[in-house]
Design a binder for this molecule. Sequence first.
Ligand code: AMP
Length: 357
Amino acid sequence: MVSKEDIKKILDGYDKKNLSIATVCSHSSLQIFNGARKEGFRTIGIAIKERAKFYDAFPLGRPDEFIIVESYDEIFDLTDRLIEENAIIVPHGSFVEYLGASRFKELPLPTFGNRRVLEWESDREKEREWLEKHAGIKMPKKIDDPRNIDRPVLVKYYGAKGGRGFFIAKNYAEFKMGIDWNKKYSIQEYVLGTRYYLHFFYSPIKEDGYKVSKGTIEMLSIDRRDESNIDEIYKLGAQEELKKMGIFPSFVVTGNVPVVLRESLLPKAFDIAERVVESSIKLFGGMIGAFCLESIVTDELEFNVFEISSRIVAGTNPFISGSPYADLIEPGLSTGQRIAREIRMAAEQDRLDEIIS
Ligand code: AMP
């Protein structure tokens, strides 16, 4: 992993009044560029050729400058140019996925957030250790031996993009029917309930708001993912019948819809976020910036967190002009703008090294 000292050296050479924000053109980049623009930053989009054109359709989400690449790994050849432009990288889910977590950790450019989180986030075992053991959060039960499947379970493949290939089984026979033995998998209890993808922002430098031991946590929005084909498969009737025809439910994300929680659940949501943040501070110096807790609320009103994402998620995209939660902090605030605001605040207070790695 690139060292904090190396990043600090680069930052020391930056003109702090002339910072720019750079990201890969995908995922939540329209929102990131739009938010950066609102905070007065110059923006740089790193794009594969065909991608750039569609940004002309959205002038307020278009970066000021495109850098066209053949493959995303070329970012490593662009570091001098980006440093000259005082660029701060704002990573998003696709950015990390395209580069790969291990390459992303090596990227020698000032990057928003704490890259040490990847050690805990990108390995399912460590993620569970962090959330269950250190933060004390309820997660779906893990089943190690498929012969012990005694309830509905979800079989997940490691590194599966957007839930592709995941399948539901209710017993060992159904597991055998669906499993691809060539892939590494994990089995977890299928939690029956309603899904809420909670979008928070942890700032180690903002003092007012929902306080934690260092800084504050904000809730910026909540979405639910549209997943194909699971969200529509009920229209075809019993899944057992469909399986015989080779039609299995799948969990490929195709879009996002805004939701709100019943208000009495908000304190619980904040309590979970607080415990995740406090444990992150102890374990690796804090999960800084935007993060998402992917949860299911049961009919006993209990949260189960099945995944964490430690950076801006695409589920924040419905909220480019605010949300029922962000509007109670500042009308119209998006996660993209909140990130840019954090960078601006830290630059003004000469504390960039606290939010950048
Ligand atoms: P993931 O890749 O872990 O984000 O999971 C993809 C999708 O599978 C989620 O968005 C949920 O719809 C669903 N899912 C994941 N884990 C569970 C679970 N333990 N119980 C029920 N549904 C789940």
